[in-house]
Design a protein around this ligand. Structure first.
Ligand SMILES: [Zn+2]
Length: 342
């Protein structure tokens, strides 16, 4: 098969489009013909070596995949060749303490499609049959591929971890990102009110169209001051944050007493400072999360099929142009998801 893989770490120029070994499925696996694969920040970390692929190089990135069933293993039931599917990107063992507690995303043997195994920057990808969900006809391959990481992570952060309630206020960092554009819509769906940040004025309209009530350009305005002004000095109930560094530190100052900050990523840096006096005196909750459950992903798919949630797609590139697609993301030129299609 053809794939866009890399043999050494670096920038987009390290991606090679060419022949790559076909997936070797187990009897419980399905091989999926990739129709659309979304790009993510984690791809960039895998590529440049900040998060080297656990199983070494060469490696194929791509954790969000929609496609059709190419072949199903002998032990697989209920999936037919040609069926439209999306892949739930988390792999868990099912038998460790955390899996038994129903918390599969903190499985001690947790792995991601496209990180721990070769992913979807390819014509074919394999995954356990248990990780597949049927993709409704009403949802395009492109939209389906834009859901499994960004929407699921934002959903789990707001619904499960922050326990967001109708009428509450939320600060969503980076409206132009996949998780940001998802979080704004999910917060609105739950009846919450949203303030969000953008890095350029051309993203303001998009953020408003998604349902944000107030949009702050963080390059020209102080988002903490603007959040305080928007909430009459009170601060917001919830912040959803994936930047790290000063953005995380400042985000805690935007919270009201008993507020919750959910950290779901570290796009700029893995490190941050916290003023602990602020955390304990205001009884803040700082919680982390990654991904969510396959059941939550199915719920999200239902909302997307009904048109009540809508992934924001920036642009689709042919698989052969993966290098240009990655550069587009590295240059932060995208408003929403960038996809590879074949
Ligand atoms: Zn486990």
């Amino acid at each position: 098969m053809k794939a866009a893989y890399f043999k050494e770490h670096g920038g987009a120029e390290k991606l090679v489009y060419g022949e790559y070994k076909d997936p070797a499925p187990e009897p419980t696996d399905v091989v999926v013909r990739v129709r659309a694969c979304a790009l993510n920040q984690v791809d960039m970390l895998l590529l440049d070596g900040r998060f080297p692929p656990p199983e070494g190089l060469p490696h194929v990135n791509g954790c969000e995949v929609a496609g059709t069933v190419e072949t199903a293993g002998a032990a697989v039931k209920g999936l037919t060749t040609g069926q439209r599917v999306i892949i739930f990107p988390g792999f868990s063992c099912g038998s460790c303490e955390y899996c038994l507690r129903g918390e599969r995303t903190v499985c001690v043997r947790y792995g991601y499609l496209g990180a721990h195994k070769d992913g979807g920057y390819a014509e074919l990808v394999k995954a356990p049959a248990a990780n597949l969900l049927p993709l409704p006809e009403a949802v395009s391959f492109e939209a389906g591929a834009a859901l499994p990481l960004a929407f699921l992570t934002s959903w789990h952060a707001l619904v499960v971890k922050a326990r967001l309630e109708p009428g509450q206020t939320v600060l969503v960092q980076a409206a132009g990102s996949g998780v940001g554009s998802a979080a704004i819509q999910i917060a609105r769906l739950m009846g919450a009110r949203v303030i969000t940040t953008v890095g350029s004025d051309d993203k303001v309209e998009l953020a408003k169209a998604l349902g944000a009530e107030r949009v702050v350009n963080y390059r020209t305005q102080d988002f903490v001051e603007e959040t305080k002004r928007w909430t009459n000095k009170r601060g917001v109930d919830v912040v959803i944050e994936h930047i790290g560094g000063e953005t995380l530190e400042q985000s805690t100052y935007a919270l009201t007493r008993l507020g919750t900050l959910v950290t779901i990523g570290s796009h700029d840096t893995h490190w941050s400072r916290l003023d602990l006096r602020h955390v304990y005196s205001k009884n803040l909750r700082i919680v982390g999360t990654n991904l969510g459950s396959i059941l939550e992903l199915r719920t999200i798919l239902d909302y997307v099929a009904e048109g009540r949630l809508r992934p924001v797609i920036d642009r689709a590139f042919p698989l052969a142009d993966a290098r240009a697609a990655v550069q587009h993301v590295l240059d932060r030129r995208n408003k929403g998801k960038v996809l590879l299609v074949s």
